[in-house]
Design a protein around this ligand. Structure first.
Ligand code: FE2
Length: 130
């Protein structure tokens, strides 16, 4: 068993768990580029004390490289917890994160998301450095 066997992917327009990466298709080498990731872009994922997205990570795998690099790590830690009980709290963190990157090589941005009851999901976006 490998962890890769447990990571699910699907069309994000039909499946609410898939992390969606929004970034430019092309960037210039060394220039700042905004990378935003979210879960539930087309179909909202629940955000309750019992059922929520716990974290999203972004990796970058340069083309022709063997290894991926971790780019950003977002933890979403407020899900309505309160002394009043579950879902009575004053704050919920939405599963959205933004990073700014500078790339020197074309490659693939890979997002991995974790739902506390539906496990691991991934999405990706290719990005070209000109
Ligand atoms: Fe879920």
């Amino acid at each position: 068993m490998k962890i890769a066997d447990l990571v699910q992917s699907a069309d994000w327009k039909a499946e609410k768990h898939v992390p969606v990466i929004e970034a430019p298709d092309k960037v210039k080498a060394g220039e700042k580029a905004s990378v935003e990731v979210c879960v539930g872009k087309e179909i909202a994922h629940p955000n309750t004390t019992e059922h929520h997205i716990r974290w999203i990570k972004i990796y970058f795998k340069p083309e022709n490289a063997k290894f991926a690099f971790e780019v950003a790590n977002f933890e979403f830690t407020a899900h309505g917890e309160s002394t009043e009980g579950a879902n009575k709290g004053p704050v919920y963190t939405e599963p959205v994160g933004k990073a700014v990157v500078k790339l020197s090589s074309s490659g693939t941005l890979i997002a991995e998301a974790y739902c506390n009851i539906h496990g691991l999901w991934e999405g990706y976006k290719n990005i070209t450095v000109e």
